[in-house]
Design a binder for this molecule. Structure first.
Ligand code: AMP
Length: 216
């Protein structure tokens, strides 16, 4: 099964990872996470994208398409994948279609997570991430059992550099200008399913699960 999970920043794309990967047994691939790893490792790609990302700007289509193309060559995607945060522009959506067409594959679903902007901003400001297992918490809505520690692996939680009020304005702007047009594109292909991203992550997951089961 090949899935895209899209939505504005903090709509809950990354929070679906533990549920979806366990349910479907396929990897969830986040371009944002891949880019953050490149920056952490100090690679030449990391150096190119660091400034723009910290300002909430999108990485160029060329660099993004390339990293996805390479990732989709790996063994673990043979049974399918969940793309999280990619595509984020129409040229990326066209590129992905072409890439899949060459392999005689296509997307099964595009899940579009929706939530009000006020909620997104509050989620972003309160978001904390586990640097080890990637689980996502929130100091307002989804507190860890022990303050600032991951419930699953005990690592100290971190705040993303781009999770500030100033940067979120830029990220939302990029979303409205560049990403929103993709919604129509996938709607016309009849593979788009809107999911309420304002719910708790598990409840949004149940909506996704029921959409998959309904169309079986
Ligand atoms: P995310 O973790 O999905 O919120 O992404 C964090 C940041 O990574 C974004 O604000 C962009 O700077 C960059 N990024 C992630 N995915 C993409 C993409 N598909 N196209 C361009 N930039 C991206």
């Amino acid at each position: 099964m090949r899935i895209v999970i899209m939505g504005p920043p903090a709509s809950g794309k990354g929070s679906q990872k533990p549920f979806l990967t366990e349910e479907l047994n396929i990897p969830q691939i986040s371009t944002g996470e891949m880019f953050r790893n490149e920056i952490k490792k100090g690679t030449s790609l990391g150096k190119k994208i660091e400034k723009g990302m910290s300002e909430g700007k999108l990485v160029t289509d060329e660099l993004t398409n390339e990293i996805v193309k390479e990732r989709l060559k790996e063994e673990d995607v043979s049974k399918g994948f969940i793309l999280d945060g990619y595509p984020r522009t129409l040229p990326q959506a066209f590129y992905l279609d072409q890439l899949l067409k060459e392999k005689q594959l296509k997307l099964d679903y595009v899940f579009n997570l929706t939530a009000d902007e006020d909620l997104l901003i509050k989620r972003i400001i309160g978001r904390r991430t586990c640097p080890q297992c990637g689980r996502i918490y929130n100091i307002y809505f989804l507190k860890p059992k022990v303050a600032n520690k991951c419930d699953y692996c005990g690592a100290t939680l971190v705040k993303r550099k781009d999770d500030t009020k100033e940067v979120i304005i830029e990220r939302l702007k990029a979303y409205h200008e560049k990403t929103e047009p993709i919604i129509n594109y996938y709607q016309e292909k009849a593979i788009l399913v809107n999911i309420d991203g304002s719910k708790a992550p598990y409840d949004s997951f149940l909506e996704i699960k029921s959409a998959i089961e309904k169309s079986k």
